[in-house]
Ligand binder design. Sequence first.
Ligand code: FE2
Ligand code: FE2
Length: 304
Amino acid sequence: MLELTYDYATCVRNSEKVAWRVDEVMPTSARLDFSRPFLPSGLTGSDKVPFLSPAEQLLLNHINGHAYINLFAFVEEYIVATAVNHAQAEMFGDHSAIRALVRFAEEEIKHQELFWRYLAAFERDFKHPCQVLGSAAAVAQVILSKSPMAVMMVTLHLEIMTQAHYTESIGPDSNVDPLFARLLKHHWIEECQHAKIDALELEKMLAVSGPEQVKKAFSDYLELIDAFDGLLDQQAAMDCDSLSGALARIFDADERAQIVQAQHQGYRRTFLVSGMVNKSFVKVLKGMDADGAASVAQKAKSLA
Ligand SMILES: [Fe+2]
Ligand SMILES: [Fe+2]
């Protein structure tokens, strides 16, 4: 079992303590600072393309930052559906669990609103079109077709890594746009409760599952990681096209390959490896199944 040290009521209390309004984090009048990077070096591949000038790398960093926010808005679409489904399954049962799950869903929709506001401000002032992945509903359908335990594992993975994303963007040498850092911070302080709720839901599912179901959850999780990796590769290619358009410059095949490879690797680190190797995530996986946890560790190594 997972030996968790919190419960649903604690999550609700903490959620009430840290709750914020979209207007506080990003007023409609807020402007992005395009003179600074949006993503810290650890979360982007923009500074890993040596033939681009510093100004071009900065432009690519902005394109990555825009895609980062879009990707979160994108994946949170299915998380809203998952939280609502889990609240529905608990209806007339544990009131604290229902309340925690309903708040979770509401906060996730609020995050989407914050992200859309950021994306609108970016698109207004960046001046060049940026290509991003669409069809969030189709992706949500693919994810939700997997076993509920695997869906919850992916959700925990995504929510637990937001802390690392924020801590990477602060620090003495951080030069990132303070608005972007604020957005990552406020996202994380609510995701922190979501990750605990995910673990509580996983524990509940484990109590009524046999070893075969747990093994299936791990293989479904790894399949979703591969599917997500395919999307990240597509986003990396889109970033290259967006940069080419913004600079009015055609990259040859070798330059293009270098840009796409560096962006794909940056997204892998940010969205896949950073979740898979997170200590708290690994602890939950080990509590579920030691062999399964080892296969995830192996996969993380192959992606790093
Ligand atoms: Fe969120
Ligand atoms: Fe969340």
